[in-house]
Write a protein that binds this ligand. Structure first.
Ligand code: MOS
Length: 728
């Protein structure tokens, strides 16, 4: 077996020569039939013999300390096997943005903090018993109201360093035109449809965890760290994941508690968080308060840009919403100030939720650009064009690929964006006010360490193996497409095995880095297999032509199976951030266009149509990539119009921790959505040439909706979401 390691980014020459014609095609999800027929096993399915069921007990108050836990009544319930509590803590792992205290009697960080786990013969018994556990507390002085807390302007958490270039105050003082506005966004839940669920059991001293996780390699380390055991004795399985949205990037307390309980009772233990408990035991996206300042000349050319925010976290959490992550390189402007300050609160942990930073950062900045355009009497599209930077305005680095101007131009053409935007409130159809809005989208691109093993089997078919996850994104399919393209095999002849930490460590699904990193590793492994095939054909690799399982050199043609014969040909590909990731500034880009109708009587908003044009490097699968973007755009509608987790500042509880009251966009809220890609292979990004997709679609989407609502009504709402009460 060979190891193919990438040092700097490059495009495998074999990918340019490939003629299979499957990469990029809108291939249906290869695991689709297993999912719709029920054959695909999710974390809560497939019960090992003797499985017991668990439920978690949370604290009844949001601050203070625990005096005593009385489990007498719970233990007396028939069918209860054990009630486990005690003084343990779960450490914050390096990959774990869901650092959660466990059984910590000293400090209550938030309401519903896990303090005990009940194990029983049935789920219903476990949940009933959990309700019977009495947690006696001494209440502390809570901090539930974000607005009332002292702001820490020098937080020691968060990965995004503040940017302070030039003199923004001076730029604001001397500019012909300025804008200074503050916007707020509420708590957002990641709200995956599949519950956070785990089945854990011990087998010959090894812990096996079936869990709903986006990044199983990281999960394995975090679990080992929490239980103080060797990572090699932990195996994490997540063959199918029903949505993650950031909420499953880390390891939740239910995972560790299930492992502890399984060890304690010597049986497999299974747990699924009830929806309402998910609000407390899974991280959410923080509230934000965002001040945007822009200084420009009379033509709208920006000289100063400020995006300064405050986000919340509890006393334990180490994640700080990187609010300006997507806006840092968006527009020109010599003087720049970008920062996020912190307030500490007694609320469940804030963490990474799809498009950390830009999902909410673009709300403020893209609405501010709309406000500025109106002040300048300039088409908002033209204002953005005039401020397109030539190099990264923070780092000064060249962009790897940036087709933002093309996204604006193509989007405007396809949507029918007018030269002159109608005056706010001027277009009316009966009782409906009609408006249009647009926004830019940007998501930073990452390539991360990833490995993949590819085996060309004796029957001429290929197997791809790595510990990637498919969270509904299309991972299975794009890995098969990349291997099929490189090796000249139909997708049906590629078997993909993922979701098991016994397989080579891959990227995981997060940060929009999964697809590019994982397919790059597959491409590199395939290059080595091609070299071996060429050797067997007594030819140079560039002479090979591979199509539909046949290898030909000139007029000689051999079937793949005949060429492999005997032992499989196995190769390992490894990729990671190369020199090009440092030399260039990398991001995916896009432009969002929306038309809304707002009812003048009820204030109800209907999104009528939505169109986006995106630059994501190579499109690995036109269908799954577009699906990702559409999902993001729908979330933009959802964020703009409805999503808001309301904190009861008297108790630190969420008023609406379920799908009945936390409103996500449903089919009836979503109009026809058109997605177009401007494809330019980005060789600086990774050998696959693919930039991030998953988190791009939500970027700017909500702002485009809010801008359209303003255009329809003349009402500018700066406190999201734009609910109907704010429009009347
Ligand atoms: Mo993402 S918030 O890294 O799943």
């Amino acid at each position: 077996m060979t190891d193919h390691v990438m040092d700097a980014a490059f495009r495998p020459a074999a990918l340019d020569r490939a003629v299979q014609g499957v990469l990029g095609r809108p291939v249906d999800r290869i695991e689709g039939p297993a999912k719709v027929s029920g054959a695909a096993n999710y974390a809560y399915e497939g019960t090992p013999d003797g499985t017991a069921y668990a439920a978690i007990v949370g604290t009844p108050v949001g601050s203070g300390r625990i005096l005593r836990i009385d489990d007498t009544a719970a233990k007396a319930l028939p069918g209860v096997i054990a009630v486990i509590h005690g003084d343990k803590r779960m450490p914050a792992g390096e990959s774990n943005s869901r650092a959660m205290p466990l059984f910590d009697t000293a400090t209550i960080l938030h309401l519903g903090q896990p303090v005990a786990i009940v194990v029983a013969e049935h789920q219903e018994i476990a949940r009933e018993a959990a309700a019977l556990v009495v947690v006696e507390v001494e209440a502390g002085t809570p901090r539930y109201d974000v607005a009332e807390q002292t702001v820490d302007t020098n937080p020691d958490i968060g990965f995004l360093a503040p940017v302070d270039i030039g003199d923004l105050d001076a730029a604001m003082a001397s500019a012909a035109v300025t804008l200074d506005r503050t916007y707020t966004t509420p708590v957002h839940f990641p709200a995956a449809l599949e519950p956070h669920a785990t089945t854990a059991w011990w087998e010959d001293g090894k812990l096996i965890v079936r869990t709903s996780s986006q990044v199983i390699g990281g999960a394995r380390k975090t679990i080992a760290n929490a239980l103080k055991i060797d990572p090699d004795s932990v195996r994490v399985l997540a063959p199918y994941v029903g949505g993650g949205f950031g909420g499953k990037t880390g390891v939740g307390s239910e995972v560790i508690l299930a492992a502890i309980a399984a060890e304690a009772i010597g049986r497999p233990v299974k747990i699924a968080l009830p929806r309402r408990q998910t609000a407390y035991m899974v991280h959410h996206r923080s509230h934000t308060v965002q001040r945007v300042r822009i200084a420009c000349d009379a033509d709208g050319v920006i000289s100063g840009f400020g995006h300064e925010s405050v986000a919340a976290q509890n006393d334990d959490g180490e994640f700080l919403e990187p609010v300006p992550f997507g806006t840092l390189p968006l527009y020109r402007g010599e003087a720049r100030r970008f920062r996020t300050d912190l307030v500490r609160v007694n609320l469940p942990a804030s963490g990474a939720v799809r498009a950390p930073g830009e999902a909410v950062g673009t709300f403020a900045v893209e609405c501010a650009m709309d406000e500025l355009a109106e002040q300048l009497t300039l088409n908002p599209l033209e204002l953005r064009r005039r401020n397109e930077p030539e190099t990264d305005p923070v780092s000064g680095k060249p962009f790897s690929t940036r087709r933002m101007l093309d996204c604006y131009a193509q989007g405007a053409a396809w949507f029918g964006w007018p030269e002159t935007v109608p005056a706010p409130g001027s277009v009316r159809e009966g009782e409906w006010l009609i408006g249009i809005g647009m926004a830019a989208a940007l998501r930073g691109n990452f390539t991360v360490q990833a490995q993949a093993r590819v085996r060309l089997e004796a029957d001429g078919r290929a197997t791809v193996e790595c510990d990637m996850t498919d969270i509904g994104t299309g991972t299975y399919t794009i890995l098969a497409q990349m291997a099929g393209e490189m090796l000249g095999l139909p997708v049906a002849d590629v078997n993909v095995r993922i979701g098991d930490t016994d397989l080579p460590p891959s990227a995981g699904s997060g940060g929009s880095f999964g697809a590019g990193s994982a397919t790059a590793a597959v491409a590199l492994a395939c290059e080595d297999i091609l070299a071996e095939l060429a050797r067997r054909m007594n030819a140079a690799p560039e002479e090979l032509r591979l199509k539909d399982g046949c290898v030909s050199v000139g007029t000689r043609q051999v079937s793949m199976a005949d060429l492999v014969r005997g032992d499989p040909i196995v190769a390992m590909g490894k990729t990671g951030p190369g020199a090009e990731s440092k030399r260039t500034s990398q991001a995916s880009h896009g432009a969002q266009f929306v038309e809304v109708a707002v009812n003048a009587v009820t204030g109800e908003t209907r999104v009528r149509r939505m169109l986006g044009v995106f630059d994501v490097g190579r499109v690995l699968n036109a269908k799954t990539a577009a699906n990702q973007i559409v999902g993001g755009m729908i979330w933009g509608i959802s964020y703009a119009l409805g999503e808001e987790a309301v904190v009861d500042i008297r108790t630190g509880s969420f008023v609406n921790p379920d799908f009945g009251e936390y409103h996500v966009a449903v089919n009836a809220d979503v109009p026809q959505i058109a997605v177009h890609f401007i494809e330019e292979i980005d060789d600086s990004a990774n050998p696959a040439g693919a930039k991030g997709v998953g988190e791009l679609g939500i970027s700017g989407a909500g702002a485009a909706v809010a801008n359209a609502i303003y255009n329809a009504t003349g009402i500018r709402v700066r406190e999201f979401p734009v609910t109907l009460d704010k429009l009347l």
